[in-house]
Design a protein around this ligand. Structure first.
Ligand code: NAD
Length: 434
């Protein structure tokens, strides 16, 4: 079933998987990913060139978080990253796990280290099975700036000045001055870096065309006036480079023949109403409204509309320091699935849907193969490896989807008669090697 273009099959010689960063996490998703790598990947690939970094709380604690900076460095060097979900420890978890401190979310370090442009979240579809959204839905979120990187402090009565000091030695000026009359205040300062919004726009519109969906730009610029620039840049890139293609493809019929702006309140409602799918939404990073919602809460809502958190991907796209290579990190949108992990530890049956994890793993493997093939266009063996990886990804997807189609999917899809975590993985392994 997994024929290599040079003629050898999975049962004979393993193909050397190109270098990739593998970030290991913990709990249920770590357990399930280890199982599926063992049964789905290792029979076909020699994965000794993968570099693994353990970002479990214990490992970050023991290494004083050096493991995180090592992982970011490796991602920069290699450009293709798979990440299992990780735990960002709460105060209670710090106590329970006996950690030295509450290590922060690893995401900020990754987005900075890889010059993050966008975080993409897409619905996963299985042909022949109706999930929540009938057609593809894409979400694009600017990967930097906003409240995520805010500076803040608690202060008393007085005056708060935010002063800009230009790098070129120009005269400083006050961006904001406010008098604080309460005795207790919390002050927050953040900014939105706009240099790479053009790249974000290009990535978003290209993806919308590729997936044949209608693009929308979401902001709260009616109230947050400073967001006008984000919309203006997106619209300019659209008009200059994409409008004609979208018109030709008939993709602007539902949006009045042009790129449409949606206020985040309206967008939040449409997410529930537009169950036909076929749209994409691009937003700021954390902006106190849609970007934040999209990342943390709306994703769970979208996941419920679309049946399960297992049917949504989450990818970070960044760029190398010299701008020459796209760095791509792939993960599932859900967390470590603590409740199923507790059931597993208690000896109960579990049923984890691994589709988001697998799409992430395949995304990282195919990107790694693409980077290697681009770097060595004349090496026949490398081109054959890339063809094998592409063929493998297609075949594994088919094996997975067929398993769902034959009613042997996980319980989030198939109800109580669905397969357990372990049985599902074993069934797909069997189907893959037939
Ligand atoms: P979660 O996404 O792990 O689980 C939420 C609910 O959805 C649970 O009931 C779970 O059983 C269900 N669920 C999620 N994915 C599923 C799947 N693939 N198949 C079947 N059911 C699935 O979110 P949570 O419980 O809020 O968080 C658990 C841990 O994950 C926390 O420690 C949190 O810090 C971490 N987290 C990590 C990331 C990340 O690394 N990207 C993202 C979110 C949460």
């Amino acid at each position: 079933i997994l024929r290599h273009s040079s003629g050898f099959s999975s049962t004979h010689e393993k193909v050397a998987a190109p270098p990739m960063v593998y970030i290991a996490g913990e709990e249920m998703t770590h357990y399930a990913t280890q199982l599926l790598v063992e049964q789905w990947i290792k029979p076909y690939f020699d994965i000794s060139k993968w570099e693994t970094y353990d970002l479990s709380c214990k490992s970050r604690d023991e290494s004083e978080d050096k493991v995180l900076s090592d992982a970011v460095e490796a991602g920069k060097r290699i450009g293709a990253i798979f990440k299992e979900p990780t735990i960002t420890p709460s105060a209670i978890q710090v106590q329970e796990m006996g950690l030295k401190k509450a290590w922060g979310s690893p995401n900020g370090a990754m987005r900075r280290g890889w010059n993050g442009i966008t975080i993409s979240r897409d619905t996963i579809h299985i042909e022949g099975i109706e999930l929540g959204y009938k057609n593809q839905v894409l979400f694009e979120r600017h990967a930097v700036g906003g409240e995520y990187g805010a500076g803040w402090n608690e202060v008393g009565e007085g005056t708060l000045l935010t002063t800009y000091i230009p790098k070129d030695g120009g005269a400083p000026f006050v961006v904001d001055k406010r008098d604080l009359t309460d005795k207790h205040n919390v002050c927050v300062v953040y900014h939105n870096p706009y240099d790479n919004v053009r790249e974000l726009a290009h990535l978003f519109f290209k993806r919308c065309l590729e997936h044949h969906v209608t693009p929308y730009i979401v902001t709260k610029k009616t109230v947050f006036k400073w967001q006008e620039g984000f919309w203006a840049t997106m619209k300019k890139v659209f008009d200059e480079s994409y409008k004609d293609d979208f018109l030709k493809a008939g993709l602007l019929d539902r949006s009045g023949g042009d790129l449409q702006h949606l206020i985040s309140d309206a967008a939040t409602m449409q997410l529930i109403r537009w169950t036909d799918g076929g749209f994409g939404m691009a937003a700021h990073n954390y902006d106190g409204k849609f970007g934040l919602l999209l990342c943390d809460m709306l994703t769970d809502q979208i996941a419920q509309v679309h049946r399960s958190p297992g049917f949504i991907t989450s990818n970070l796209v960044g760029v190398s320091d010299d701008g020459s290579t796209l760095i791509k990190e792939f993960e599932a949108s859900h967390g470590t699935v603590t409740d199923l992990w507790n059931d597993h530890l208690a000896g109960k049956e579990t049923s984890l849907n691994p589709l988001g994890l697998v799409e992430a793993l395949l995304g990282a493997m195919t990107h790694a193969a693409q980077l290697e093939a681009d770097a060595k266009p004349k090496e026949k063996k490398v081109q054959e490896m890339k063809a094998f990886v592409d063929n493998y990804a297609k075949t594994l997807r088919e094996a997975l989807h067929n398993t769902f189609r034959y009613g042997q999917g996980t319980r989030d899809m198939c109800g109580p008669t669905g397969f357990t975590t372990e049985d599902f993985i074993a069934k797909v392994a069997w189907r893959l090697d037939r």
